[in-house]
Design a protein around this ligand. Structure first.
Ligand code: KG4
Ligand code: ZN
Length: 338
C-alpha cells in the first residue's frame, strides 16, 4: 500500500501526516502556534517561521510513529509550496526536499487552497466530484468547480478580506480573542441574528467574487458611531455585543450561501462541498446543508479535523498527484500567491 508523508507549514500550523492508499489517514499531527501569535492579534510571519523550524522535526517523527511507519514505508513526500507566508512555506519545502533527497523518494508539490477544496472528500466512501467547492479560510474565500481530485478550476475569489479574516477583524473590534472565528460563533449563540441589518455585498449581478471589507467596516461604525474607530465598545451591553456578533455572522453566511447557489446555477452541477477553517462554523454548515437539501443537491462539509490547516489534506491530494506522475524535483520553490 502506498504511503505519502504530507508536510504543511504555510501559515501558523506546523503539521505532518501519513496517508495510505485509498486516502486512509493513518496520522495527522498538528502543532498550533496560536499561543505564540494571540497577543499580537494576528500571525507574525517571523515568529511563524521560527516556530516551524523548531517544531517540524518532532512533528514529522510523531506522524511516522503514530502511523506505525518507518522511513522505508514512505513512498513519497508531499508538501505545500503555495500560497502562504513565503518564509513559513520555505521551512516545509526545505524539509521535504531534504527528506526526498536523503531517502530517495519522489517529491510532490501541493497547492494549499486546492487541498482545502479537496478536503471534504477525505473519509467519504463515494466521490463527491464533480462539485462546486466553497473554500472559506483565514487567507482565502473562493469558489471552485472540482471535476476530479486534481482537476480544480477557480470560479471566483475574494476581492479584499477573506471570510476568516473578517471574522478575526470583527472579533478584534468586539474585544474578543484571536483567532476570532470560534469566539464570534460562541458569542453569536447568545444573540439575535436579525437585530442589525449588516450589508450583504454581492458585487455585480452574476459575480462569483466576494468582498467582506464592507461588512467589517459596517460593524466598526455600528459599534463606535459613523466615521469613528474607537470609544463605543465600553458602552455596549453583553446583549448588544452578542446581537452584533450574531448579525455579522449571519450577513457573511448569507453571502456565502447565495454565491455558492449562484455557482451551482452557472455550472449546472448538483453537488456542493465545503472546506477551510471557517467551515468549522456550525451555523454556516447547517445553512449550506439546509439550502442544498431544499434544492435536492448533495452536500459534504469537511470533517472539522481537516477544515483548519492540516497535513492530511496535503498528503491526500499528494496521493492523487503522485498517481498521475505529477512529481516535482529539487528545484522546487515556495510562492506566496496561488
Ligand atoms: O484554513 P485556516 O486554518 O487557515 C488558512 O488557510 O487561512 O483558517 C483559519 C481561519 C481563521 O480566520 C479563523 O478565525 C477561522 O478560520 N475559523 C472560524 C471558525 N474556526 C476557525 N471562523 C468562523 N467560525 C469558526 N468556528
Ligand atoms: Zn488554510
Amino acid at each position: 500500500m502506498t504511503s505519502v508523508l504530507g508536510i504543511e507549514t504555510s501559515c501558523d500550523e506546523t503539521s505532518a501526516a501519513i496517508v495510505g492508499g485509498g486516502v486512509d489517514v493513518r496520522s495527522n499531527v498538528v502543532a498550533s502556534q496560536v499561543d505564540l501569535h494571540c497577543k499580537y492579534g494576528g500571525v507574525v510571519p517571523e515568529i511563524a517561521s521560527r516556530a516551524h523550524i523548531e517544531r517540524l522535526d518532532s512533528v514529522i517523527e510523531e506522524a511516522l510513529e503514530r502511523a506505525g511507519c518507518r522511513q522505508a514505508d514512505v513512498d513519497a513526500i508531499a508538501v505545500t509550496n503555495r500560497p502562504g507566508l513565503v518564509g513559513a512555506l520555505l521551512i516545509g519545502v526545505t524539509a521535504a526536499k531534504t527528506l526526498s533527497w536523503v531517502w530517495q523518494k519522489p517529491l510532490v508539490a501541493v497547492n494549499h487552497i486546492d487541498a482545502h477544496a479537496y478536503s471534504p472528500a477525505i473519509g467519504l466512501s463515494e466521490s463527491p466530484w464533480p462539485a462546486v467547492a466553497l473554500v472559506v479560510s483565514g487567507g482565502h474565500t473562493s469558489l471552485f468547480r472540482v471535476v476530479g481530485a486534481t482537476r480544480i478550476e477557480r470560479l471566483g475569489a475574494t476581492t479584499d478580506d477573506a471570510a476568516g479574516e473578517a471574522f478575526d477583524k470583527v472579533a478584534a473590534i468586539l474585544g474578543l480573542g484571536y483567532p476570532g472565528g470560534p469566539e464570534i460563533e460562541k458569542l453569536a449563540r447568545e444573540g439575535n441574528a436579525d437585530a442589525i441589518s449588516f450589508p450583504r455585498t454581492m458585487l455585480a449581478r452574476n459575480s462569483l467574487h466576494f468582498s467582506f471589507s464592507g461588512v467589517k467596516t459596517a460593524v466598526l461604525y455600528n459599534v463606535n458611531g459613523q466615521g469613528k474607530t474607537s470609544g463605543g465598545l465600553e458602552k455596549m451591553s453583553p446583549q448588544q455585543l452578542a446581537d452584533t456578533a450574531a448579525s455579522f455572522q449571519q450577513a457573511v453566511i448569507d453571502v456565502l450561501v447565495r454565491k455558492t447557489m449562484l455557482a451551482i446555477k452557472q455550472t449546472g452541477l448538483t453537488s456542493v462541498v465545503l472546506g477551510g477553517g471557517v467551515a468549522c462554523n456550525k451555523t454556516l454548515r447547517a445553512a449550506l446543508e439546509d439550502e442544498c437539501r431544499n434544492r435536492g443537491l448533495a452536500f459534504h462539509a469537511a470533517n472539522p479535523a481537516y477544515c483548519t490547516d492540516n497535513a492530511a489534506m496535503i498528503a491526500a491530494l499528494g496521493h492523487h498527484l503522485l498517481q498521475e506522475g505529477r512529481t516535482a524535483d529539487l528545484t522546487l520553490d515556495a510562492y506566496p500567491s496561488s
